[in-house]
Structures are given as C-alpha cells and as structure tokens.
Unconditional design. Structure first.
Length: 127
C-alpha cells in the first residue's frame, strides 16, 4: 500500500528498504573480492586471509551467500502486513523490489557515465 496508515509504518518500510540496499552493497563487495582474487591472485593487498586464494574465495563465498539469504528474507512481510491481506503483502514486496531496482540502477548509471567520460578523456589525452 503506497499510503501508509501511520508515520511509524512508513518508517519501518523505508528501514526495510535501506537494509535491502545495504545487502546489495555487501553482495557487490563480496563478488568483487572473489573476482579480484581470481583475476589477480598475486596482487598485494592490505590484509591477508588464512588459506590464501582458496581461503579468500571460500570466506567471500560464504559471506556472499549469507548476504543473499538476508536479502531474500527481507522480502518476507511482517506479520502485521500479512494479516492485512494479500494486497498489502504484495504492496510491501512490490515497494521493496521497486525501490531496490530504482536505487540500484541510478548509481550504476552514474558510474557507467563517469567511466565512459573518463575513458574518453584518457583516449583524447593519449592521442
């Protein structure tokens, strides 16, 4: 439901959305750690993980899976919303999914635009 019956309900809905967005950030961070360790296994880092490459991939993989489970659990509506009926539950899930999509795509578009401009500037300065 887009119109909240109280300020408290709106607060909890936005808090759930913020938590979901934070889980997306963790997913990206752990995926980046795995990718960097696979592509550049010998690059020096600021910290060492026991087990070397396998340990880093295992640790980041477990953390990625845990963050993914937390993200998926966040889509389970609270009991108060479930008691309001199917429409309220679908509204809750729809609001979270829509918010995640919008607030994830916007920064990625800015990053893509910046990266494209930066590559263009580097090519122009090299020529």
């Amino acid at each position: 439901m887009l119109i909240m019956p109280s300020v408290s309900d709106a607060f909890w809905l936005f808090l759930a959305l913020c938590s979901q967005l934070y889980m997306i950030m963790y997913l990206l961070m752990f995926a980046a750690a795995i990718r960097l360790k696979i592509e550049n296994p010998d690059s020096p880092g600021e910290y060492k993980v026991p087990g070397g490459r396998v340990g880093m991939i295992l640790m980041s993989g477990v953390a990625f899976c845990t963050s993914l489970i937390a993200l998926l659990c966040g889509f389970i509506p609270p009991e108060e919303i479930i008691n309001e009926g199917l429409a309220a539950s679908l509204g809750y899930v729809g609001f979270l999914a829509g918010g995640l999509i919008i607030f994830t795509i916007i920064p990625l578009k800015f990053f893509d635009k910046f990266q494209h401009q930066h590559l263009t500037e580097v090519k122009d300065s090299a020529a």
